[in-house]
Design a protein around this ligand. Structure first.
Ligand SMILES: NC(=O)c1ccc[n+]([C@@H]2O[C@H](COP(=O)([O-])OP(=O)(O)OC[C@H]3O[C@@H](n4cnc5c(N)ncnc54)[C@H](OP(=O)(O)O)[C@@H]3O)[C@@H](O)[C@H]2O)c1
Length: 321
């Protein structure tokens, strides 16, 4: 590929949580970035991440192939970050994560652009979760259309704008008892900034063509350990109440209609039935962050820098205050 400044990268889903980290990483490496999203008017927060004119948002909806093609014009590399955690109207897992992924891959192949596809750890066509099955079908569609694409599978990501650590910290402010779904399920929380560096490395052409990378943080933790760490960091003591999956699913049948931090869908409960950690096979093959020369930051190192706002006295709170 030509020098970054002459290189246009189209990032579908660039306005989301991981998107802003990816756009920042690509901007730092000097690329020109076109962000393809349904609501470009809501992507203004990306502008300060680059120089004037370096980042440009356009309308693109993965469910409308013509808009995908238009957003890809002249791009040397394409990054697909589009994913949904629950379905809503026409935004179904299949339409967005399977058909949408196929559309992006076919577009990349047609114009000869390098493709980086972000999937998820746990993508499995035999999974109970429909999210995970659609991610697996999306990977297969990407492979069929663009055999050389790099597929990245992150574990659950944290960062200042996440809906993971922020959600538990917010809930702990409101309730003395925290119900835990999948308390014993093992996760490998990974900093979104580290995943973004891996995406940028793949755009640079530093990943193995056609490989699947599994991206996790430095330590595997149970869901209970993650929540305990968040409570420690925010200086709160709460009773943790592990829920059996059957009860959690019943609860989610109602909470799927709840707003904001209370929302929980039955499919999310199903997703928490399986561990979400980097496999030994990926480690042995070097298909990990460490294999790319990235030393991942830990949850305990990064989250205090933004979870302080959930402490009783904010950033000036003393331990136990
Ligand atoms: N967050 C995690 O912990 C995690 C873990 C593993 C894997 N992942 C995967 O990583 C990727 C990024 O996740 P994220 O947390 O950054 O998600 P996010 O914050 O929800 O961002 C999703 C992005 O996709 C765009 N989008 C949604 N539907 C679209 C459509 N039909 N056409 C075009 N753009 C669409 C959204 O913008 P508009 O709504 O404006 O279109 C937004 O920019 C996803 O594939 C996700 O499955 C995330």
């Amino acid at each position: 590929m030509p020098a970054p400044i002459d290189t246009l990268v189209t990032v579908y889903g660039g306005s989301g949580f991981l998107g802003r980290h990816v756009v920042r990483a690509l901007a730092r490496r000097g690329y020109r970035i076109r962000v393809g999203v349904r609501r470009p008017d809501l992507a203004g927060h990306l502008q300060p991440l680059g120089r004037v004119g370096q980042i440009h948002a356009v309308q693109a909806n993965l469910r409308y192939p013509d808009s995908v093609t238009a957003a890809a014009r002249d791009a040397s590399a394409i990054v697909n970050l589009v994913g949904i955690l629950w379905e809503s109207g026409a935004q179904t897992f299949d339409a967005v994560q399977t058909e949408g992924a196929a559309t992006v891959a076919r577009t990349a192949a047609a114009i000869g652009a390098r493709l980086v596809h972000v999937s998820a750890l746990g993508a499995d066509d035999a999974a109970t979760s429909r999210y995970a099955r659609a991610k697996a079908a999306g990977e297969a569609a990407v492979r069929a259309a663009a055999a050389d694409a790099t597929i990245l599978r992150p574990s659950v990501m944290f960062g200042p704008e996440d809906h993971f650590t922020n959600r538990f910290a917010a809930l702990a402010r409101m309730t003395p008892v925290l119900p835990l779904v999948g308390a014993a399920t093992r996760l490998q929380p990974v900093f979104a900034g580290d995943v973004a560096e891996a995406v940028a490395d793949a755009v640079d052409g530093k990943t193995r063509p056609g490989a699947v990378y599994e991206l996790g943080g430095p330590e595997a933790m149970t869901m209970r350990e993650v929540v305990e760490a968040i409570l420690r960091i925010t200086g709160r003591e709460r009773l943790l109440m592990p829920l059996p999956f059957a009860l959690a699913r019943l609860k989610a049948a109602f909470l799927q209609f709840a707003p904001g931090d209370f929302k929980l869908t039955p499919d999310q409960v199903d997703l928490l039935r399986s561990d979400n950690v980097v496999s030994e096979a990926a480690k042995a093959a070097g298909l990990t962050l460490e294999g790319l020369g990235i030393t991942p930051d830990s949850l305990e190192a990064v989250t205090p820098s933004y979870l302080w706002r959930f402490r009783k006295a904010g950033q000036f709170a003393q331990k136990g205050a």
